[in-house]
Structure formats: structure tokens, C-alpha cells
Design a protein around this ligand. Structure first.
Ligand code: FES
Length: 111
């Protein structure tokens, strides 16, 4: 695993997501209360940034058509999206957030 620092904890407002780029991958770092998640920053329905959506109850809602994605599994839990998005290991170390994009947690290949 190759974790790298992607942002500060304070860059991610509560119940929202923050867009970062790791290598050539766009990643949404999402914060649900004190929990952090990292997912592919691309809705599987029509390829818009998920980082602009709202976070609630371990899900992120796509701002365009309202699909919901489980932040732990990347699975769509609300239509119209039917395909999952990649999820990545994330760690909070002190005041910084680290993500490892070398391996996805759910086996989904990023778009
Ligand atoms: S683009 Fe995300 S639900 Fe349509």
C-alpha cells in the first residue's frame, strides 16, 4: 500500500466531500461526521463529480440526478445509477488525510 497525503482534515467540511487529484485519478474525500471515505470522483451514471454532492448516513448523493452511493462499498443505492464507483483506503493521521489509490477496496476499476 502506498498512502499519500491528499488534503488536511479541515479541507473537508462536515457532511460534504472535497475533490483531490492523486496521480491521474480524481478522488472525492468524503466526511460523514468523524468518518472519512475516499471514492472515485465520477458518478457512474453520467460522469459528473460526486464531490459536489451531499453526504449523509454514509452515502453521497449525486447532485445532478440524485443517485446515492454507499461510501463504504461504492455501490449505488439509489437510481438512476446502477454501476458502482471505486473506493479507496483512507486514513486520518493527525490533521491530514491520506489515501492509497494503488488498490481499490471494492475491486472496481476507476473509469
Ligand atoms: S449524473 Fe449522477 S445520477 Fe446522473
Amino acid at each position: 500500500m502506498a498512502f499519500e497525503r491528499v488534503c488536511a482534515v479541515d479541507d473537508v467540511a462536515g457532511d460534504s466531500a472535497h475533490a483531490v487529484t492523486v496521480g491521474d485519478l480524481d478522488v472525492a474525500v468524503a466526511r460523514d461526521g468523524d468518518d472519512f471515505y475516499a471514492i472515485e470522483d465520477l458518478c457512474s451514471h453520467a460522469a459528473v463529480a460526486l464531490s459536489e454532492g451531499e453526504v449523509e448516513d454514509c452515502h453521497i448523493e449525486c447532485w445532478l440526478h440524485g443517485s446515492l452511493f454507499d461510501l463504504k462499498t461504492g455501490a449505488p443505492t439509489g437510481l438512476p445509477a446502477t454501476e458502482p464507483v471505486a473506493t479507496y483506503p483512507v486514513e486520518v493521521r493527525g490533521s491530514d488525510v491520506y489515501v492509497d489509490v494503488a488498490t481499490t477496496l471494492n475491486g472496481v476499476t476507476p473509469s
